[in-house]
Design a protein around this ligand. Structure first.
Ligand code: C2E
Ligand code: MG
Ligand code: MG
Ligand code: MG
Length: 286
Protein backbone atom coordinates (compact mmCIF):
# COMPACT_ATOMS: atom_id res chain seq x y z
CA UNK A 1 0.00 0.00 0.00
CA UNK A 2 2.79 2.39 0.99
CA UNK A 3 4.53 1.62 -2.28
CA UNK A 4 1.56 2.46 -4.47
CA UNK A 5 1.05 5.72 -2.54
CA UNK A 6 4.67 6.60 -3.17
CA UNK A 7 4.36 5.84 -6.86
CA UNK A 8 1.19 7.88 -7.09
CA UNK A 9 2.89 10.87 -5.56
CA UNK A 10 5.92 10.42 -7.77
CA UNK A 11 3.74 10.50 -10.86
CA UNK A 12 2.00 13.70 -9.73
CA UNK A 13 5.36 15.31 -8.96
CA UNK A 14 6.83 14.30 -12.30
CA UNK A 15 3.75 15.59 -14.09
CA UNK A 16 3.98 19.00 -12.41
CA UNK A 17 7.69 19.30 -13.17
CA UNK A 18 6.89 18.66 -16.79
CA UNK A 19 4.22 21.34 -16.66
CA UNK A 20 6.66 23.83 -15.17
CA UNK A 21 9.16 23.10 -17.94
CA UNK A 22 6.48 23.47 -20.59
CA UNK A 23 5.32 26.75 -19.08
CA UNK A 24 8.89 28.06 -19.13
CA UNK A 25 9.29 27.15 -22.78
CA UNK A 26 6.02 28.84 -23.64
CA UNK A 27 7.13 31.93 -21.78
CA UNK A 28 10.53 31.99 -23.50
CA UNK A 29 8.79 31.69 -26.85
CA UNK A 30 6.43 34.55 -25.99
CA UNK A 31 9.33 36.69 -24.77
CA UNK A 32 11.07 36.21 -28.11
CA UNK A 33 8.24 38.07 -29.81
CA UNK A 34 7.64 40.60 -27.06
CA UNK A 35 9.68 43.43 -28.61
CA UNK A 36 8.19 43.03 -32.08
CA UNK A 37 4.68 42.76 -30.61
CA UNK A 38 5.24 45.91 -28.53
CA UNK A 39 4.57 44.16 -25.24
CA UNK A 40 7.59 45.68 -23.48
CA UNK A 41 7.34 49.07 -21.83
CA UNK A 42 9.69 51.29 -19.86
CA UNK A 43 8.59 52.38 -16.40
CA UNK A 44 10.40 55.11 -14.46
CA UNK A 45 11.00 55.39 -10.73
CA UNK A 46 12.20 58.79 -9.47
CA UNK A 47 15.39 59.16 -7.46
CA UNK A 48 15.43 62.25 -5.26
CA UNK A 49 17.89 64.19 -3.12
CA UNK A 50 17.43 64.88 0.57
CA UNK A 51 15.40 68.02 -0.16
CA UNK A 52 13.06 66.16 -2.53
CA UNK A 53 14.51 67.65 -5.74
CA UNK A 54 14.96 65.36 -8.76
CA UNK A 55 18.23 63.53 -9.12
CA UNK A 56 17.09 61.19 -11.87
CA UNK A 57 15.05 58.05 -12.40
CA UNK A 58 15.68 54.34 -12.73
CA UNK A 59 14.36 52.67 -15.87
CA UNK A 60 12.48 49.48 -14.97
CA UNK A 61 11.32 47.19 -17.73
CA UNK A 62 7.73 45.92 -17.79
CA UNK A 63 6.28 43.05 -19.81
CA UNK A 64 2.54 42.93 -20.41
CA UNK A 65 1.96 39.62 -22.17
CA UNK A 66 -1.41 38.82 -23.77
CA UNK A 67 -0.85 35.19 -22.70
CA UNK A 68 0.68 35.52 -19.24
CA UNK A 69 -0.53 38.96 -18.17
CA UNK A 70 1.94 41.10 -16.24
CA UNK A 71 5.22 39.24 -15.76
CA UNK A 72 7.73 40.56 -13.21
CA UNK A 73 11.25 41.34 -14.46
CA UNK A 74 12.55 39.19 -11.61
CA UNK A 75 11.01 36.32 -13.62
CA UNK A 76 11.59 37.26 -17.27
CA UNK A 77 15.06 38.85 -17.02
CA UNK A 78 16.58 35.52 -15.85
CA UNK A 79 14.71 33.79 -18.70
CA UNK A 80 16.12 36.31 -21.15
CA UNK A 81 19.60 35.71 -19.75
CA UNK A 82 19.30 31.94 -20.19
CA UNK A 83 18.26 32.25 -23.81
CA UNK A 84 20.58 35.07 -24.85
CA UNK A 85 17.56 37.29 -25.52
CA UNK A 86 18.97 39.67 -22.93
CA UNK A 87 21.20 41.20 -25.61
CA UNK A 88 18.38 42.37 -27.86
CA UNK A 89 16.20 43.30 -24.88
CA UNK A 90 19.04 45.24 -23.24
CA UNK A 91 19.78 47.09 -26.46
CA UNK A 92 16.11 47.92 -26.87
CA UNK A 93 15.86 49.24 -23.28
CA UNK A 94 18.94 51.44 -23.73
CA UNK A 95 17.88 52.87 -27.10
CA UNK A 96 14.35 53.42 -25.86
CA UNK A 97 15.73 55.28 -22.83
CA UNK A 98 17.81 57.54 -25.09
CA UNK A 99 14.75 58.10 -27.24
CA UNK A 100 12.73 59.25 -24.21
CA UNK A 101 15.45 61.70 -23.16
CA UNK A 102 15.57 63.09 -26.69
CA UNK A 103 11.78 63.50 -26.86
CA UNK A 104 11.58 65.16 -23.43
CA UNK A 105 14.24 67.66 -24.45
CA UNK A 106 12.48 68.39 -27.72
CA UNK A 107 9.19 68.95 -25.90
CA UNK A 108 10.67 71.06 -23.07
CA UNK A 109 9.76 68.50 -20.38
CA UNK A 110 11.59 69.59 -17.19
CA UNK A 111 13.81 66.51 -16.99
CA UNK A 112 17.11 67.62 -15.46
CA UNK A 113 18.75 64.51 -14.11
CA UNK A 114 19.57 61.26 -15.83
CA UNK A 115 17.95 57.95 -16.63
CA UNK A 116 19.62 55.06 -14.87
CA UNK A 117 19.55 51.87 -16.94
CA UNK A 118 20.10 48.35 -15.54
CA UNK A 119 22.74 46.33 -17.35
CA UNK A 120 22.90 42.53 -17.12
CA UNK A 121 26.22 40.79 -16.50
CA UNK A 122 25.82 39.15 -19.90
CA UNK A 123 25.63 42.48 -21.67
CA UNK A 124 28.57 43.89 -19.75
CA UNK A 125 30.68 40.85 -20.67
CA UNK A 126 30.47 41.55 -24.41
CA UNK A 127 33.81 42.88 -25.74
CA UNK A 128 32.06 45.73 -27.56
CA UNK A 129 29.87 46.75 -24.63
CA UNK A 130 31.51 50.12 -23.92
CA UNK A 131 31.89 51.00 -27.61
CA UNK A 132 28.23 50.16 -28.27
CA UNK A 133 27.00 52.31 -25.37
CA UNK A 134 29.13 55.27 -26.46
CA UNK A 135 28.12 54.97 -30.10
CA UNK A 136 24.42 54.83 -29.23
CA UNK A 137 24.64 58.02 -27.14
CA UNK A 138 26.70 59.82 -29.80
CA UNK A 139 24.25 58.82 -32.53
CA UNK A 140 21.36 60.33 -30.56
CA UNK A 141 23.31 63.52 -29.91
CA UNK A 142 22.35 63.69 -26.24
CA UNK A 143 24.56 64.56 -23.27
CA UNK A 144 26.33 61.50 -21.80
CA UNK A 145 25.53 62.85 -18.32
CA UNK A 146 21.82 62.32 -19.01
CA UNK A 147 22.30 58.55 -18.75
CA UNK A 148 23.68 56.37 -16.01
CA UNK A 149 24.30 52.61 -15.85
CA UNK A 150 23.50 50.21 -13.00
CA UNK A 151 25.70 47.15 -12.86
CA UNK A 152 25.94 44.34 -10.31
CA UNK A 153 28.90 42.64 -8.70
CA UNK A 154 28.24 39.45 -10.67
CA UNK A 155 28.95 41.28 -13.88
CA UNK A 156 32.04 43.07 -12.66
CA UNK A 157 34.07 40.37 -10.96
CA UNK A 158 34.42 37.85 -13.78
CA UNK A 159 37.40 39.62 -15.33
CA UNK A 160 38.51 42.56 -13.20
CA UNK A 161 41.12 44.10 -15.56
CA UNK A 162 38.58 43.97 -18.39
CA UNK A 163 35.95 45.48 -16.08
CA UNK A 164 38.25 48.34 -15.11
CA UNK A 165 39.01 49.05 -18.76
CA UNK A 166 35.33 49.16 -19.75
CA UNK A 167 34.22 51.20 -16.75
CA UNK A 168 37.04 53.71 -17.30
CA UNK A 169 36.14 54.11 -20.97
CA UNK A 170 32.47 54.69 -20.17
CA UNK A 171 33.19 57.15 -17.35
CA UNK A 172 35.71 59.07 -19.43
CA UNK A 173 32.96 59.53 -21.98
CA UNK A 174 30.82 61.08 -19.23
CA UNK A 175 28.39 58.34 -18.18
CA UNK A 176 28.26 57.65 -14.45
CA UNK A 177 28.14 54.13 -13.05
CA UNK A 178 26.27 52.79 -10.04
CA UNK A 179 26.94 49.49 -8.30
CA UNK A 180 23.46 47.98 -7.80
CA UNK A 181 22.30 45.68 -4.97
CA UNK A 182 25.45 46.47 -3.02
CA UNK A 183 26.04 44.20 -0.05
CA UNK A 184 24.06 41.22 -1.35
CA UNK A 185 26.91 39.56 -3.28
CA UNK A 186 29.78 37.47 -2.01
CA UNK A 187 32.74 39.79 -2.00
CA UNK A 188 32.33 43.44 -1.41
CA UNK A 189 35.25 45.35 0.01
CA UNK A 190 38.52 44.27 -1.58
CA UNK A 191 37.65 45.01 -5.18
CA UNK A 192 35.58 48.10 -4.47
CA UNK A 193 38.74 50.14 -4.05
CA UNK A 194 39.98 49.17 -7.54
CA UNK A 195 36.80 49.70 -9.54
CA UNK A 196 36.08 53.08 -11.11
CA UNK A 197 32.52 53.75 -9.90
CA UNK A 198 30.41 56.81 -9.05
CA UNK A 199 27.58 55.53 -6.91
CA UNK A 200 26.66 52.73 -4.54
CA UNK A 201 23.08 51.50 -4.28
CA UNK A 202 22.15 50.03 -0.91
CA UNK A 203 19.90 47.03 -1.48
CA UNK A 204 16.33 47.11 -0.21
CA UNK A 205 16.95 44.16 2.15
CA UNK A 206 19.10 46.45 4.31
CA UNK A 207 16.68 49.36 4.09
CA UNK A 208 13.89 47.03 5.30
CA UNK A 209 15.72 46.66 8.60
CA UNK A 210 15.88 50.40 9.16
CA UNK A 211 13.33 51.60 11.64
CA UNK A 212 12.84 48.15 13.15
CA UNK A 213 15.59 48.84 15.67
CA UNK A 214 17.92 51.74 16.48
CA UNK A 215 20.80 49.60 15.34
CA UNK A 216 21.51 49.30 11.61
CA UNK A 217 25.16 48.29 11.30
CA UNK A 218 25.10 47.26 7.62
CA UNK A 219 23.41 50.38 6.28
CA UNK A 220 25.65 52.52 8.47
CA UNK A 221 28.76 50.74 7.15
CA UNK A 222 27.71 51.00 3.51
CA UNK A 223 27.04 54.72 3.80
CA UNK A 224 30.33 55.39 5.53
CA UNK A 225 32.28 53.25 3.04
CA UNK A 226 30.62 55.09 0.17
CA UNK A 227 31.30 58.48 1.66
CA UNK A 228 34.93 57.73 2.46
CA UNK A 229 35.50 56.48 -1.09
CA UNK A 230 33.83 59.61 -2.51
CA UNK A 231 30.96 57.64 -3.96
CA UNK A 232 27.39 58.93 -3.78
CA UNK A 233 25.09 56.58 -1.92
CA UNK A 234 21.56 55.75 -3.12
CA UNK A 235 19.09 53.93 -0.89
CA UNK A 236 16.58 51.78 -2.78
CA UNK A 237 13.27 50.52 -1.45
CA UNK A 238 12.64 53.39 0.99
CA UNK A 239 9.04 52.86 2.08
CA UNK A 240 8.55 54.97 5.21
CA UNK A 241 9.26 58.45 6.56
CA UNK A 242 11.06 56.79 9.44
CA UNK A 243 13.51 55.05 7.08
CA UNK A 244 14.02 58.26 5.14
CA UNK A 245 14.82 60.22 8.32
CA UNK A 246 17.20 57.56 9.54
CA UNK A 247 19.03 57.52 6.18
CA UNK A 248 19.29 61.31 6.21
CA UNK A 249 20.79 61.20 9.69
CA UNK A 250 23.36 58.67 8.45
CA UNK A 251 24.31 60.94 5.54
CA UNK A 252 22.72 59.09 2.60
CA UNK A 253 22.70 61.25 -0.52
CA UNK A 254 19.93 59.93 -2.78
CA UNK A 255 16.61 58.19 -2.15
CA UNK A 256 14.41 55.85 -4.19
CA UNK A 257 11.34 53.95 -3.05
CA UNK A 258 7.58 53.78 -2.72
CA UNK A 259 7.68 56.46 0.00
CA UNK A 260 8.65 58.94 -2.74
CA UNK A 261 7.14 57.38 -5.84
CA UNK A 262 6.46 53.96 -7.35
CA UNK A 263 7.75 53.02 -10.80
CA UNK A 264 5.36 54.62 -13.29
CA UNK A 265 4.47 54.88 -16.96
CA UNK A 266 6.05 57.58 -19.12
CA UNK A 267 2.93 59.79 -18.96
CA UNK A 268 2.81 59.63 -15.17
CA UNK A 269 6.54 60.25 -14.92
CA UNK A 270 6.32 63.33 -17.12
CA UNK A 271 3.52 64.63 -14.86
CA UNK A 272 5.75 63.92 -11.85
CA UNK A 273 8.58 65.90 -13.45
CA UNK A 274 6.35 68.99 -13.74
CA UNK A 275 5.53 68.85 -10.05
CA UNK A 276 9.18 68.30 -9.06
CA UNK A 277 10.69 71.08 -11.11
CA UNK A 278 12.33 73.16 -8.40
CA UNK A 279 16.09 73.59 -8.10
CA UNK A 280 17.91 71.68 -5.39
CA UNK A 281 18.35 73.49 -2.11
CA UNK A 282 22.13 73.99 -2.14
CA UNK A 283 22.23 74.41 1.63
CA UNK A 284 21.09 70.82 2.12
CA UNK A 285 23.68 69.27 -0.16
CA UNK A 286 26.88 68.03 1.34
P1 C2E B 1 16.76 46.52 -9.22
O1 C2E B 1 17.55 47.08 -10.34
O2 C2E B 1 17.44 46.36 -7.91
O3 C2E B 1 15.48 47.47 -9.12
C1 C2E B 1 14.86 47.83 -7.92
C2 C2E B 1 13.58 47.04 -7.71
O4 C2E B 1 13.00 47.43 -6.46
C3 C2E B 1 12.49 47.31 -8.75
O5 C2E B 1 11.77 46.10 -8.92
C4 C2E B 1 11.61 48.35 -8.06
O6 C2E B 1 10.30 48.39 -8.58
C5 C2E B 1 11.66 47.84 -6.65
N1 C2E B 1 11.36 48.87 -5.66
C6 C2E B 1 11.77 50.16 -5.64
N2 C2E B 1 11.34 50.80 -4.55
C7 C2E B 1 10.62 49.90 -3.83
C8 C2E B 1 9.92 49.96 -2.56
O7 C2E B 1 9.87 50.98 -1.87
N3 C2E B 1 9.32 48.79 -2.14
C9 C2E B 1 9.37 47.63 -2.88
N4 C2E B 1 8.75 46.55 -2.39
N5 C2E B 1 10.04 47.54 -4.05
C10 C2E B 1 10.65 48.67 -4.52
P2 C2E B 1 11.33 45.56 -10.35
O8 C2E B 1 10.88 46.71 -11.20
O9 C2E B 1 10.40 44.44 -10.12
O10 C2E B 1 12.68 45.02 -10.96
C11 C2E B 1 13.32 43.93 -10.36
C12 C2E B 1 14.69 43.68 -10.94
O11 C2E B 1 14.60 43.31 -12.32
C13 C2E B 1 15.59 44.92 -10.91
O12 C2E B 1 16.15 45.08 -9.64
C14 C2E B 1 16.61 44.53 -11.97
O13 C2E B 1 17.57 43.67 -11.43
C15 C2E B 1 15.76 43.77 -12.97
N6 C2E B 1 15.41 44.66 -14.08
C16 C2E B 1 14.35 45.50 -14.24
N7 C2E B 1 14.42 46.13 -15.44
C17 C2E B 1 15.56 45.70 -16.06
C18 C2E B 1 16.20 45.99 -17.31
O14 C2E B 1 15.76 46.83 -18.12
N8 C2E B 1 17.36 45.30 -17.58
C19 C2E B 1 17.89 44.40 -16.71
N9 C2E B 1 19.03 43.77 -17.06
N10 C2E B 1 17.34 44.13 -15.52
C20 C2E B 1 16.18 44.77 -15.20
MG1 MG C 1 18.73 48.72 -10.54
MG1 MG D 1 18.91 47.33 -6.89
MG1 MG E 1 17.44 44.86 -5.91
Amino acid sequence: KAKSNGRGRYTVYEHSLEKVAQERMKMQQALKNAIANEELLLFFQPQVRQDGSQFGAEVLLRWFSPIFGFVSPTKFIPLAEETGLIHSIGEWVFNQSLHCIEQWQKNSIPFKGHLSVNVSAWQFALPAFADDIIRAVNNKGIKPSSVMLEVTETGLLIDIPDTIQKLSQIRKFGIEIALDDFGTGYSSMAYLRDLPLDLLKIDKTFIDELGKSDHSPITESIISIGRSMHLSVIAEGVETLEQSNRLAALGCHIYQGYYYAKPMSEDDFVAWLFTHNHSPNIALLS
